[in-house]
Write a protein that binds this ligand. Structure first.
Ligand SMILES: Nc1nc2c(ncn2[C@@H]2O[C@H](COP(=O)(O)OP(=O)(O)OP(=O)(O)O)[C@@H](O)[C@H]2O)c(=O)[nH]1
Length: 315
C-alpha cells in the first residue's frame, strides 16, 4: 500500500503541496477528487491551510503528499457577500501550488468557463493546468476539438497551461497520469498530514464559514474578529421524499460580549433573521439542497483569549 504512516520510510526527495480543482458546476471536480484520493485514505480534514479553506482530500504516496483544497464556487458578484467569497477564492488560488481547471469534454466551452479562467489569469504566479474531464462521454474527434478550444481559451485569456490533460474519472483513464503530473508540479516539502488524524467534516466547516460571512456583512470595528460559528449538527431530515430533501442545520454563532450579542441580533431580531436567510441562500447554493437553518447567538466570554474555547470553536 502507498499509504504513509508515521515512522514509514519516505522517499527522498519528498514532495508536498496544495492543489485546487475549479470549474463550473458539474464539471466533474468532486468525482475527480475522489478518483485521485482513491480508497486508500480517509478523505477530508478540518485542518485548514488558511482559516477559510477546507481540505477536500489528500493523496498519500510514497514520494509525495498532494493536498486538495476546496474553494467555494466563483460567482459573478452581486452582493458584498459574493465579493467576499470571490476574494476568498482568489486568496486560495494564490496560496496553492497548482490550480487545475476542469472542462467537461461532453460540453462546449462556455461563458462560465471563460469567466473562471479570466479571473484565474489574474493570479499570475500560481501554476495552472487544464483538465478535460469525462472523456468517456466524448468521441476522439470531439476530445481533440475540446483540447484545441482549451488551448485557445488559454491564449485568449493570457493563461499559460502547464499541462492540458484529458481524463475520465469514471473510466479511470489517465487519472494516474494526472496524479503524476500534479505531483511533478509540487515543491519539495515535508509530510504535511499524518495519516489517521483526519476528520470528516468539510461541509460543516464550509457551512459555518458561510454563516460567518453572512454575519460579517455590514459589521464594523472589532466585532468581526469576535464572531465564530460552529455547526453543532447537520443532516438530512428523515421521512422526506427523495426528490424533496431538506437539510437541517443547527448552528451557534458565538460572540465575546453581551453588547455584541445585541448588535448581531439587531432590533427585534431583524439583523439575525437577515443573516440567517442570507446564509441559508448561500448554503443552498453551495450544497444544492434546500436548507432549514436554526441559528442561535451565544456568548463565549473572551473566547479569543481562551485556548479551551478556541479549540471548541475550531481554531
Ligand atoms: N461519464 C462520466 N461522468 C462523470 C465523470 N466525472 C463526473 N461525472 C458525472 O458528472 C456529474 C458531475 O460530477 P461532479 O464530480 O459532481 O461535478 P462537480 O464539478 O464536483 O460539480 P459541482 O459540485 O456542482 O461543482 C456527476 O453526475 C458525475 O457522475 C466522468 O469521468 N465520466
Amino acid at each position: 500500500m502507498g499509504v504513509l504512516r508515521r515512522g514509514a520510510v519516505v522517499s527522498d526527495p519528498f514532495k508536498s503541496g496544495f492543489a485546487s480543482f475549479v470549474g463550473r458546476p458539474n464539471a466533474g471536480k468532486s468525482t475527480l477528487t475522489n478518483a485521485l484520493v482513491g480508497q486508500k485514505i480517509v478523505i477530508t480534514s478540518d485542518k485548514p491551510q488558511t482559516t477559510r479553506t477546507v481540505v477536500r482530500g489528500i493523496v498519500h504516496r510514497d514520494d509525495a503528499q498532494l493536498v486538495l483544497i476546496d474553494t467555494p464556487g466563483l460567482h459573478r458578484p452581486r452582493t458584498l457577500l459574493g465579493e467576499r467569497l470571490n476574494d476568498l477564492v482568489r486568496t486560495t488560488w494564490a496560496e496553492v501550488d497548482v490550480v487545475a481547471v476542469c472542462f467537461p469534454s461532453d460540453e462546449k466551452i462556455g461563458p462560465g468557463d471563460r469567466f473562471i479562467v479570466t479571473e484565474l489569469a489574474k493570479v499570475r504566479r500560481t501554476v495552472k493546468i487544464a483538465v478535460a474531464t469525462k472523456t468517456d462521454l466524448a468521441t476522439p474527434e470531439r476530445i481533440g476539438q475540446h483540447l484545441l478550444d482549451i488551448q485557445a481559451l488559454g491564449q485568449e485569456t493570457g493563461t499559460e497551461w502547464a499541462e492540458i490533460v484529458p481524463v475520465s474519472a469514471v473510466a479511470g483513464d489517465q487519472v494516474q497520469l494526472l496524479a503524476d503530473l500534479l505531483v511533478g508540479l509540487l515543491p519539495e516539502g515535508p509530510v504535511l498530514y499524518p495519516d489517521g488524524e483526519l476528520t470528516d467534516a468539510p461541509e460543516e466547516l464550509l457551512v459555518a464559514d458561510l454563516i460567518r460571512e453572512a454575519a460579517l456583512d455590514g459589521v464594523r470595528d472589532e466585532l468581526p474578529h469576535s464572531i465564530a460559528v460552529v455547526v453543532e449538527e447537520m443532516g438530512l431530515r428523515e421521512g422526506r421524499p427523495e426528490d424533496k430533501p431538506l437539510l437541517d442545520v443547527h448552528a451557534n454563532l458565538y460572540v465575546e460580549r453581551d453588547s455584541q450579542k445585541g448588535i448581531v441580533i439587531g432590533r427585534k431580531g431583524a439583523r439575525l433573521k437577515d443573516v440567517g436567510s442570507r446564509a441559508r441562500v448561500s448554503i443552498e447554493a453551495m450544497l444544492g439542497t434546500p436548507v432549514y437553518l436554526d441559528l442561535h447567538v451565544k456568548i463565549a466570554k473572551d473566547w479569543q483569549r481562551d485556548p479551551r474555547q478556541l479549540r471548541k470553536l475550531g481554531f
